[in-house]
Design a protein around this ligand. Structure first.
Ligand SMILES: Cc1ncc(COP(=O)(O)O)c(C=O)c1O
Length: 413
């Protein structure tokens, strides 16, 4: 029985994920790497298969029934995503390959159009490489300046320093909402409001890759200009992500890539482009994957994001208390008000050795820099072990983690 949240039918939800019935190294799998990529419920697998089994065809072009049906299914997901993140219109939703492509699109399209040498953008010291490297590429191309909000010892952002970084050259603030390496939940609504009150022309981009998974998001209430996330962490397939952009801002941006499906008229002299979002979706999109993402959104919405968040919060409290029982661990990130991501090192073993022992115990965790090398350097470590929760995680998974850690300590000490 689920003692943490009796109203949350964890047994039923676990049964929705076929992979959880499998064993890993002969042990029941305790999958604690959902932060890297989540497992897929049967409904997502079925929805993707159904597209290919029934009326698969390329979209937006064919006048025959299969194409019309698949186009309608694909476009319905755009509205679903808009509703899911509280966007004003489905025209503000662009399908990308992943969150990384969303940030690159903004950097190359909006950045190259609206920024000039010497303009400043602000990111934070806890960004995933996906929200660092695209800006460095842009810096090398056009000479912008990247400023970084420092991370405090408790794994939160230094807001005093943020206030001092804002100035009349600032053009963009681009921040992660939930840190994939620390579990920190950044108060992005306050940061956006502070940015706007300093200068309403400064644009804001929020990397919600870990946030949409752990709670309800409303981009309109946040007031951001751009928001990115990735499908595979939200129980959907790989190969599809989302870029939300405020419509007037999207309309001020040129295409990111050129090709089929994004044009209005092509001659050898001149090409005209569709309005957003079409102009940002060159070539055949990830049709099957977008439909899979739609099924994933239906799945989590049927449970309810606030309900998932409340369950994960309770499981996180249980997990943190149990981690306390393991001697020699250092946990990174805030003690309270954090997401279900636990990053730690041990004074008795390296993160990768610990992860390998855990693997033998059937426990899947991530070890390494989590694509946050500057953050690792800030804390003076090259790697941490990261256990991250999904909606299917339960106390048994955490108990297996703790047993595995105690075993690793015995072996590695
Ligand atoms: C916070 C954050 N941003 C961006 C990404 C990049 O996601 P993707 O590789 O799917 O583009 C990740 C993935 O780990 C992430 O955790």
């Amino acid at each position: 029985m689920n003692l943490l949240a009796p109203q949350f039918d964890i047994t039923r939800y676990r049964a929705d994920f076929p992979v959880l019935r499998k064993k890993m190294n002969g042990k029941p799998v305790a999958f604690l790497d959902s932060g890297a990529s989540a497992q897929k419920p049967q409904v997502v697998i079925d929805a993707m298969r159904a597209v290919m089994d029934t009326d698969y065809a390329n979209i937006h072009r064919g006048l025959y029934q299969f194409s019309q049906v698949t186009t309608a299914r694909f476009e319905a997901v755009r509205q679903k995503v808009a509703d899911f993140i509280g966007a004003g219109s489905e025209r503000e939703i662009i399908f990308t390959r992943n969150a990384t492509e969303g940030v690159n699109l903004v950097a190359q399209s909006w950045g190259r159009t609206h920024l000039v040498p010497g303009d400043e953008i602000i990111i934070s010291g806890m960004e995933h490489h996906a929200n660092i490297v695209p800006w460095q590429l842009l810096r090398d191309q056009i000479g912008i300046v990247i400023k970084v909000i420092p991370v405090l010892d408790d794994g939160t952002l230094d807001f005093e320093a943020f206030g001092k970084l804002l100035n009349n050259k600032t053009r963009l603030v681009s921040l992660v909402q939930v840190s994939n390496a620390l579990g920190t939940i950044n108060p992005v609504a306050d940061i956006i409001a502070a940015t706007r009150s300093f200068n309403p022309d400064i644009k804001t981009l929020i990397d919600g890759s870990q946030a949409v998974v752990h709670g309800a998001v409303n981009v309109t209430a946040l007031g951001c200009d751009f928001y990115v996330f990735t499908g595979h962490k939200l129980y959907g397939p790989t190969g599809v992500g989302v870029l939300y952009g405020r419509y007037d801002v999207l309309q001020s941006m040129p295409p990111y890539q050129g090709g089929g499906d994004m044009i209005e008229q092509v001659t050898f002299d001149k090409t005209t482009y569709k309005d957003a979002p079409g102009r940002f979706e060159a070539g055949t999109p990830a049709i099957v994957e977008v439909i899979g993402l739609g099924a994933a959104i239906d799945y989590v919405c049927a449970i309810g994001m606030p309900i998932i968040a409340a369950y994960e919060k309770k499981l996180l409290t249980y997990s943190l208390a149990r981690l306390d029982e393991v001697p020699g661990l250092t946990l990174y990130g805030p003690k309270h008000d954090r997401a279900g991501i636990m990053s730690f090192t041990a004074d008795w073993g390296h993160a990768s050795d610990i992860a390998m022992v855990l693997d033998q115990c059937g426990v899947a965790v991530r070890s390494g820099h989590h694509c946050c090398q500057p953050l690792m350097a800030r804390f003076g470590v090259d790697a941490t072990v990261r256990a991250s929760l999904g909606l299917y995680s339960n106390e048994t998974d955490i108990d297996s983690l703790i047993d595995g850690l105690l075993k690793a300590k015995e072996l590695l000490l």
